[in-house]
Design a protein around this ligand. Structure first.
Ligand code: TPP
Ligand code: MG
Length: 283
């Protein structure tokens, strides 16, 4: 079946999909007692809108040639993508308890060769957009109308290689490339806006020739509208959406915690986090 995501999601709201993604990510975190949970909770709305609204793919045929490719440039966000891939039935949910174990198809940092639906091995930050440019160019040369979506982080905007790739995407008029930036305003050493993000990011991308949008990445209708506009835009080059997201979204006591990059969750807090999430379950 040519499963467009909108068909797959017809019976369930995107808000509920996002909630399910958050829950699965928390359950995986609980398995290992750790994980990049703050990022997964923050980006869940964007992932739900991608997998249940924007992307074309076949859950049972992840290598279908006509699929839109979703690239996870940020390998440390793998827990978030596994949750989305399980929700989308690309990965079986029964494998959830194997997260991060030896021989699991869900290692803690994403590896393309291990996991159906994981298109690239990300993790060395700043590489994903360059790979995305090559893949988008390849699709064009093959006259394949699919799109490339590349999910990157605000920390990656400080990598020079990102901007080299951004220029080449414009040079090659890659109107089949949509870059998604999870701007949670956190990176390993603190807030992104305290480092190399003094000029608003959307202005930088626009100056490089990209169609640029910036929206609240935890507002589902804004996320969907931005994804639709990026795909439909009458623009001869690549498109970027900066999503402002909140780390740990949906679990208030974690949202309020002082976070730099890696939120610590004590062993007894996982159950509390799941209970708090449960209280906010969409109808
Ligand atoms: C080239 C490279 N440098 C450093 C790292 C180590 N590293 C892993 S995640 C991370 C933080 C990068 O910022 P961001 O992805 O925005 O972090 P988050 O929002 O997840 O806190 C760093 C520096 C890396 N993976 N690759
Ligand atoms: Mg960040």
């Amino acid at each position: 079946m040519n499963q467009s995501s909108s068909e797959a999601g017809a019976n369930m709201s995107l808000a509920l999909r996002a909630w399910n993604i958050r829950r699965k990510a928390l359950l995986m975190g609980q398995v290992q007692g750790q994980g990049y949970i703050g990022q997964a909770l923050g980006v869940a709305d964007v992932l739900a809108a991608c997998y249940f609204h924007a992307l074309r793919y076949r859950a049972q045929d992840p290598e279908w040639e006509g699929r839109d490719r979703f690239l996870l440039s940020i390998g440390h966000y793998a827990i978030a993508l596994y949750a989305a891939l399980m929700e989308a039935n690309v990965l079986p949910e029964e494998e959830l308890p194997t997260y991060g174990m030896d021989d699991s198809r869900m290692p803690m940092s994403g590896m393309a060769s291990y996991t159906p639906g994981m298109e690239i091995t990300g993790g060395s930050l700043g590489q994903g957009l360059g790979i995305a440019v090559g893949m988008a160019l390849g699709l064009k040369r093959k006259e394949n109308p699919a799109f490339i979506y590349n999910l990157m982080s605000d920390g990656e905007l400080g990598e020079g290689s990102t901007w080299e790739a951004a220029m080449s995407a414009v040079q090659h008029r890659l109107d089949n490339l949509i870059c998604l930036v999870d701007f949670n305003n956190q990176q390993a050493d603190g807030k992104s806006t305290d480092m190399l993000a003094q000029v608003p990011e959307e202005q930088k991308w626009a100056a490089f020739g990209w169609m640029a949008q910036r929206v609240d990445g935890n507002d589902m209708s804004a996320v969907v509208a931005a994804l639709d506009a990026a795909r439909a835009a009458d623009h001869t080059g690549p498109r970027v959406i900066i999503f402002d997201t909140r780390m740990c979204k949906g679990v208030e006591f974690l949202e309020n915690r002082e976070i730099t990059h890696f939120v610590r969750v004590e062993p007894d807090e996982w159950a509390t986090a799941l209970a708090v999430l449960e209280e906010g379950k969409p109808q």
